[in-house]
Design a protein around this ligand. Structure first.
Ligand SMILES: NC(=O)c1ccc[n+]([C@@H]2O[C@H](COP(=O)([O-])OP(=O)(O)OC[C@H]3O[C@@H](n4cnc5c(N)ncnc54)[C@H](OP(=O)(O)O)[C@@H]3O)[C@@H](O)[C@H]2O)c1
Length: 350
């Protein structure tokens, strides 16, 4: 299969001599500030044997990025002051000294917050097929696959069950909710604005709750009169607390993320009712990291693409132009100013 947008002429056109980068200036103490990052210009690096030079096209902005720059790190080693800020990217191969890749190939990689990066060839994943590039940042990318594996493997939704999704108008939540609809569930979304809730209804969610305007526990009781079978938790904190109290017997809580907690110096205490409610209602509460499921990534990508093509999954792209905007755009994701998948278009020619 050919790689999307393959074209040597584009590669040549894209070649520049300056590599714009954001470095981590210092670990945040409490809320993330733009001043936590430093902008700099460096020369475009050269690949050695086994390495590949890539031009970043799109940079993904993920709430988890906030955890990566904490002093202690998170599920991976922390980014240290003076290092290029880490980030998931879609990039075009400019020069390859690795036998498996050629100039013009489009790859998924972790090039970070910069225009160009040299990476070991075996760390790059070539994208195949003719799906639009933005889709690889979104439904077919990390967040779509997170929704797929989290909901299906951990949530195990059954037809007729009630599924509640928080962060529902975000990249992961919007896909998780639509997969639950495909599986024949009743789906309730929780989001932070009326516009987001309106979009969720357009996507086919049966109900949507604006947690900033409504009392959440009351909203959940009204929207889920028989209780919740699967709660897909993107936010933790008060939202998890409210959902937990309304779980049905044998319910499943999918611990996907905790975005309400990432930008705080002090984390909220664990919800009240643990472990008592888990025992009495025989609940399962399970966390996961999407990469642990990547041995089945092709299965997920194939099925997600089919659902997009059949119109069962719709998506919104929240594209911010220019690498320079990355710090402000990441802070925005942590406070809900995105709808759908937020990404930076790093190469203006993309
Ligand atoms: N486990 C994994 O492998 C994995 C992989 C990818 C992502 N994740 C997690 O999945 C979650 C969603 O990530 P995403 O990339 O799809 O981001 P996203 O949902 O597109 O953006 C984050 C959203 O969270 C909501 N939010 C922010 N603060 C909140 C708060 N205090 N209470 C409730 N909602 C709040 C905001 O929407 P509102 O306007 O609705 O507040 C915001 O738009 C994150 O927790 C992320 O860490 C996990």
């Amino acid at each position: 299969m050919r790689s999307p947008n393959r074209g040597i002429s584009k590669v040549r056109k894209a070649m520049e001599s300056i590599n714009h980068q954001y470095l981590l200036a210092h670990h945040p103490e409490g809320a993330l500030q733009e001043s936590n990052f430093t902008w700099q210009e460096a020369p475009v690096p050269k690949p050695a044997a086994g390495e590949v030079l890539v031009r970043v096209l799109y940079l993904s902005l993920d709430p988890a990025n906030r955890g990566w720059i904490n002093k202690g790190g998170s599920y991976r080693d922390p980014v240290l002051p003076g290092q290029v800020m880490a980030g998931f990217t879609i990039a075009r191969v400019v020069e390859s000294k690795f036998s498996g890749l050629a100039a013009g190939d489009i790859v998924e990689c972790e090039a970070g917050w910069q225009d160009y990066a040299v990476l070991p060839g075996d760390k790059l994943h070539r994208l195949e097929g003719d799906a639009p590039l933005e889709l690889w940042m979104n439904v077919l990318g990390l967040t779509g696959k997170t929704a797929y594996f989290g909901l299906l493997d951990i949530g195990k939704p059954q037809p007729g069950e009630t599924v509640v999704v928080s962060g529902a108008a975000g990249a992961t939540g919007s896909v998780a909710g639509q997969i639950a609809k495909i599986k024949g569930c009743r789906v309730v979304g929780i989001a932070g604005t009326d516009e987001k809730c309106e979009w969720l209804r357009e996507l086919g969610f049966d109900a949507a709750i604006n947690y900033k305007r409504e009392e959440l526990a009351q909203g959940l009781r009204a929207a889920c009169p028989d209780g919740i079978d699967v709660y897909f938790d993107n936010v933790a904190g008060d939202t998890l607390q409210a959902a937990l109290l309304q779980m049905r017997l044998h319910g499943r809580i999918v611990c996907c993320g905790a975005v309400s907690q990432y930008d705080k110096a002090e984390r909220a205490p664990s919800p009240m009712g643990l472990p008592g409610l888990l025992i009495v209602r025989r609940l399962t509460m399970q966390g996961f990291i999407v990469m642990d499921h990547y041995d089945r990534r092709q299965e997920a990508e194939r099925e997600l693409l089919q659902w997009v093509r059949e119109g069962h999954i719709q998506y919104r792209l929240d594209i911010v132009d220019g690498l320079k905007q990355a710090p402000r755009a990441l802070i925005g994701v942590l406070y809900g100013d995105n709808t759908g998948k937020r990404m930076i278009r790093v190469d203006p020619n993309t």
